[in-house]
Design a protein around this ligand. Structure first.
Ligand SMILES: Nc1ncnc2c1ncn2[C@@H]1O[C@H](COP(=O)(O)OP(=O)(O)OP(=O)(O)O)[C@@H](O)[C@H]1O
Ligand SMILES: [Mg+2]
Length: 247
């Protein structure tokens, strides 16, 4: 069953068409990878789903309901959370406070008191392995922990869908492996996931399906092994560097 669906979504910024008539489906419980070169339109897709701005044309459906053009707070309340490519913890707040803000603005927010939001934050911090840092200032964390904090904030909202935008950028190999495990653990909770990543090892390991954007258009969609072996994908994105890596 499709939990999230884009139909011919298009985004134009002035004369630039950043995303062009893209169709995609995220099924329930699935991890869908989204890859493509810098500037291909990946983050723009997340921005259109999460309501940062509406598509110029096309529609977004959540569990069959047309949510095109809904505001971000409404989309968050409905059960779609996201992370940001440039992590933005609330400065001066502790890790736990950051995550409890997530809890207050998410799908659970309406029913949670501030005390319950803090309890929820504690649970989520344990789930992502940041419990030892909960009283540290968020801006004191290193990159790997900041990325985990982004994941925790999104999770605290109690979503059915999470959109991850490069949560592994800047991590070393062992941190990437841990991030992959965490994403799988999130899926095991029944959450459906769209994951944007440049780290091929990770995206290949974690995705059930992958779709590829190039200059705003979808050029491939399918099983990871098939997509990563697709000549158009190698030519547009993976290139020789990737061939060398896998051979
Ligand atoms: N708010 C905006 N105003 C104008 N142009 C934008 C805006 N946001 C994105 N763009 C342009 O749209 C195109 C797609 O950008 P986007 O950020 O979606 O790419 P991306 O695939 O996420 O790239 P990266 O891998 O570098 O994160 C780029 O040419 C970018 O410069
Ligand atoms: Mg991006």
């Amino acid at each position: 069953m499709a939990v999230l669906e884009g139909k011919k979504i298009t985004k134009e910024f002035g004369g630039l068409r950043a995303v062009s008539e893209v169709d995609f489906v995220l099924n329930k419980g699935e991890i869908l990878g989204l890859i493509g070169p810098n500037g291909a339109g990946k983050t723009t897709i997340i921005n259109m789903i999460s309501g940062t701005y509406p598509p110029t044309r096309g529609q977004v459906f959540f569990k069959g309901m047309d949510i095109t053009g809904y505001k971000p707070y409404k989309i968050g309340r409905m059960g779609i959370s996201r992370t940001y490519q440039i992590v933005k913890p609330f400065p001066g707040m502790t890790v736990k406070e950051n995550v409890s803000v997530g809890a207050m603005f998410g799908a659970l927010g309406k029913t949670l008191s501030s005390r319950q939001s803090i309890e929820r934050a504690e649970e989520v911090l344990e789930f992502v392995g940041l419990e030892d840092m909960s009283n540290r200032r968020a801006d004191d964390l290193n990159v790997a922990s900041r990325k985990r904090l982004e994941i925790a904030k999104a999770l605290a909202m109690g979503p059915e869908v999470i959109l991850f935008d490069e949560v592994m950028a800047g991590l070393n190999f062992s941190e990437i492996d841990k991030a992959v495990e965490l994403i799988q653990k999130v899926r095991d909770k029944g959450i459906s996931i769209l994951v944007i990543e440049h780290v091929m090892r990770a995206i290949k390991g974690v995705s059930d399906r992958i779709f590829v954007l190039h200059h705003g258009a979808k050029i491939a969609d399918g099983k990871p092994d098939d997509v990563l072996a697709d000549e158009r994908v190698i030519k547009a994105y993976l290139g020789r560097r990737y061939k060398e890596l896998v051979q």
